[in-house]
Design a protein around this ligand. Structure first.
Ligand SMILES: [Zn+2]
Length: 324
């Protein structure tokens, strides 16, 4: 059932997160980052060998996938993939995706609003804010829609892979676009006096929400699913760990080709290739459950090779879908 969220005048309390607590966690995470190369990452063969592959859905429809153009930034690899000290850097982007299904048009991870530095980032505590502030020329969702000639009222809903600020902030400029998420993710993000680390509530409040349940059968290596349109073309799969309700969005893009939108389950495909978690800093601040996040990475590493994995922030993985 759609519903509209509460309290038009309630303040966003995420800005009140105690700075000392965040700083203490950051010091621990940075220390772990510096020590990481001294540790070895052992494959968990026992877990991977027990991963059943339930196979792909049987679709009766297909969708088209478009990634919005976005600026990139170079990040040291050791700040993305734990323990990887390759001298090269990884291009990182904040990307929004447009999906057209025969019966609906929707956005996956509407990332950036106009003036994000003034309207959203001040609600993030330091040092997180300093670490994640995007380049000043970052491209907003509404600008991308405009450049592609897509009217805002053509967007039927938003489907974030999870509710971290950089996957929903573009909704600030799209107040009438409803959102689809799970109770697990919504309750984690919106309950209690303070937003969890990485969540800004402003884009989510006073918005129509439709909840889904991952009550469907296993798909590929994932234990739970939800077939969004009932035709096998857009199937959500459980990727809990990074956040409690993180999902992957499995898209049938036609001719037996599949794309799995992986959100922040990994920040870069190097993590799937090497079977590594995100770097301890900032990963320890942004992963709600590090062990759960690692299990999801192992599920991705064991995937059917016919499925193309697209992490939201991996520039190279998203580039082939960019238009405009
Ligand atoms: Zn995230």
């Amino acid at each position: 059932m759609p519903r509209t969220t509460r309290n038009a005048d309630a303040p966003d309390l995420s800005s009140r997160t105690p700075q000392l607590r965040v700083l203490a966690r950051s010091v621990g995470a940075v220390t772990a980052l510096l020590l990481d190369p001294l540790r070895s990452d052992r494959p968990d063969a026992a877990f991977e060998s027990t991963l059943p592959d339930a196979g792909l859905p049987t679709p009766t429809a297909a969708v088209t996938l478009t990634a919005f153009a976005q600026v990139t930034r170079s990040v040291p690899t050791m700040a993305i993939v734990r323990g990887l000290r390759e001298p090269t850097t990884v291009l990182n982007a904040m990307t929004t995706f447009l999906v057209r299904h025969p019966s609906a048009t929707f956005l996956i991870d509407p990332a950036i609003c106009d003036d994000i530095r003034g309207r959203v980032l001040p609600q993030l505590p330091q040092p997180m804010r300093a670490v994640v502030t995007p380049p000043s020329d970052v491209i907003s969702v509404t600008r991308s829609l405009g450049s592609l000639g897509i009217p805002e009222d053509e967007i039927d809903f938003a489907l974030p892979t999870h509710l971290h600020w950089d996957h929903v902030a573009g909704l600030v400029d799209l107040p009438l676009v409803p959102i689809r998420t799970s109770h697990a993710e919504w309750d984690w993000a919106m309950s209690g006096p303070r937003a969890p680390q990485g969540v800004v509530r402003r884009p989510l409040e006073n918005r129509a929400v439709t909840f889904y349940d991952l009550a469907g059968p296993p798909v590929l290596t994932f234990e739970r699913s939800h077939d969004l349109f009932g035709d096998g073309s857009v199937v959500l799969v459980d990727m809990a760990g990074h956040t409690p309700g993180s999902v992957g969005v499995l898209l049938h893009v036609g001719a037996g080709d599949w794309v799995l939108m992986a959100g922040d389950a990994v920040w870069h495909l190097l993590q799937v290739e090497k079977v590594r978690p995100t770097a301890s800093f900032p990963g320890r601040l942004t992963d709600n459950d590090r062990a759960g996040a690692m299990r999801t990475i192992r599920r991705l590493a064991a995937l059917d090779r016919r499925v193309t994995i697209v992490p939201t922030h991996d520039h190279d993985a998203t580039a082939r879908y960019v238009r405009g």
